[in-house]
Design a binder for this molecule. Structure first.
Ligand code: PFF
Length: 545
């Protein structure tokens, strides 16, 4: 039975605040997995692994997961759960001057939402095309010329392609409707239905792929280790980057989602379920994708290493359609593949949009419906103009490089600096997690996060230098400055301007539970704890009575 949707405050504390809630732990886990499992698992992970040492990539990947992915997932969960707010609100409560960091995350989400929808729209079209194998004869030509009607790279075109605009409008309408229904009836329902459906659909697809002739060659190609890559710093950067993107870290998403958990919730256990669930899905996708590529190589009589287009847009919209068209029962296989992309994409997109929506709700006191319509309509208009035009693909490629490869690393560094260095919340957050969770993060957790930050700073510098020196994708300089660096400038501007606007309510005196005293900490930050820490008691279910 669904619990009432208003938080029951812990005994003897302030009255209920009326913040929306997940109906329970499972709903939260499914929603967080929904955010994590996305296009990154299906089209990014297999290609990254293949290009970065195959089986040997699992070593940096697992290390990245354990040293950065999980610790920072804990951090975001802790910030969201303790300070109970959207990214800007929670960050402001972490440190008075850190609200901008939250807006930085929100702005990145805004930018990503604009083009992530376009990819979901393409997948929706291809789902439809699969039934008649429209792309069958020449998938590369079909995608570029017939479907996207691609113009010149490095130019801007005002020509809106109706075949892209129509599904894009549909995706936006659906997104706005789900957001407007709120956390419980909208976001939660989408994930509770969508994620099991995705796992079943993709699971069937993977099993089918494993029985195709040549499948084992593909899998062998994916997993044959090349240990020599382990000395290459770029491979390590790729692994850390993949883990960040895949777990939706440093986008403010996990802060936002954790803020809708009840105060008495086990925080670390579910976070681990999310992390390992997400990686398991990546592995499953790796198997399915490479088994299918093995089949393609088999049909063409070439080696798997001779195949082109095994990553990203090309994998999904050129290479896979080529396989689907040649495979017995290809229509169904194709429909299942593109349905999986739509589902995986939609549940991630909703998390991005909810992060923006929550921020505006908190800041201005708007309700979910008004916010969904306002944020959704502005985003939809920009997204349709920018990404259903015949040069949308190039714009997407450029904006993605700067926002996703550079922006989020900066967002992660800023968040950690605000929470641990300037806000000095490491101790408090660690005790908070220990008090409410079954699995304690341990005293070394904040130290680990600090160390990882050094690596993030290195990642940021090397990416920024390479983009500044070499540009990207052969696009002209004016284009890179406008849409690449311009994107970063926009995100930074939002982060600077938004904190100047007034909050609609008093955000200075949050009701923290457990209180600092209950956590054995002095009232003022920065004063050394003298009292011995007695953990807040927990029962066997990990609940704090
Ligand atoms: N984690 C998603 C994926 O792997 O595809 C991508 C993503 C979703 C990134 C949501 C960021 C985000 F806020």
């Amino acid at each position: 039975m669904a619990e009432p949707n208003v938080e029951a405050a812990p005994a003897g504390s302030a009255p209920p605040q009326g913040r929306e809630h997940w109906s329970g732990q499972t709903a939260f886990i499914l929603a967080a997995i929904g955010s994590a499992v996305g296009l990154g698992n299906i089209w990014r992970f297999p290609g990254q692994a293949y290009e970065n040492g195959g089986g040997a990539f699992m070593i940096p990947y697992l290390l990245a997961l354990l040293t950065a992915g999980i610790p920072i997932l804990f951090l975001e969960n802790a910030i969201g759960h303790r300070f109970r707010g959207s990214a800007p609100l929670a960050m402001r409560r972490v440190h008075r001057s850190a609200e901008g960091v939250g807006w930085f995350h929100v702005a990145i989400c805004f930018v990503i939402g604009l083009y992530y929808t376009a990819i979901i729209a393409w997948s929706l079209s291809y789902f439809w095309f699969s039934f008649r194998l429209d792309y069958g004869d020449d998938p590369a030509q079909f995608f570029a010329s017939q479907y996207l009607q691609l113009g010149e790279p490095g130019t801007l075109s005002a020509h809106i392609v109706p075949g892209v605009a129509l599904p894009l409008v549909l995706v936006w309408a659906l997104t706005i409707a789900i957001l407007a229904l709120g956390i419980h009836k909208g976001v939660e329902r989408l994930n509770v239905v969508g994620i099991p459906l995705l796992v079943v659909t993709f699971g069937i697809l993977a099993v089918r792929a494993l029985f195709l002739p040549g499948a084992t060659d593909g899998i062998e190609a994916l997993f044959t280790p090349d240990y020599s890559v382990l000395t290459d710093p770029d491979v390590w950067i790729a692994a850390y980057g993949q883990v960040f993107f895949s777990l939706s870290l440093a986008y403010g998403v996990m802060i936002t989602y954790a803020s809708y958990r009840r105060r008495r919730s086990n925080v670390t256990g579910p976070a681990l379920v999310v992390a390992f669930g997400n990686s398991s899905f990546s592995l499953l996708a790796g198997l399915a994708v490479f088994a299918t590529l093995g089949y393609l190589a088999h049909v063409q009589g070439v080696g798997v290493s001779d195949l082109q287009g095994i990553d990203g847009v090309n994998l999904s919209f050129v290479t896979f359609p080529a396989v689907i068209a040649q495979m017995p029962g290809g229509q169904l296989f194709g429909a299942m593949f593109f349905a999986s992309l739509v589902l995986a994409g939609l549940t991630s997109l909703i998390s991005v949009m909810q992060t923006i929506s929550a921020a505006f709700q908190d800041k201005f006191g708007w309700n979910p419906r008004t916010t969904a319509v306002a944020v959704g309509c502005v985003s939809a208009a920009l997204s349709i103009v920018g990404f259903s035009s015949s040069t949308g693909l190039f714009l997407l490629d450029t904006v993605d490089q700067w926002s996703n490869q550079l922006g989020i690393v900066a967002g992660a560094i800023a968040m950690i600096a605000a929470a641990l260095w300037f806000g000095r919340r490491g101790h408090e957050l660690e005790r908070h997690l220990a008090a409410v969770s079954t699995i304690r993060p341990g005293r070394y957790w904040p130290a680990l996060v600090n160390v990882v930050t050094l690596l993030l700073i290195y990642m940021f510098m090397s990416k920024a230098i390479s983009l500044a020196k070499d540009g990207y994708g052969g696009y002209p300089t004016w284009y890179i400055i406008t849409f690449g660096w311009g994107t970063i400038a926009f995100i930074a501007l939002v982060a600077v301007v938004m904190p100047w606007l007034r909050w609609h309510k008093d955000v200075e005196h949050p009701h923290l539970w457990p209180s600092r005293a209950q956590l054995g900490l002095p009232d003022r930050i920065g004063v050394k704890a003298t009292e011995r820490y007695r953990p807040v008691p927990r029962n066997d279910d990990g609940e704090t009575p």
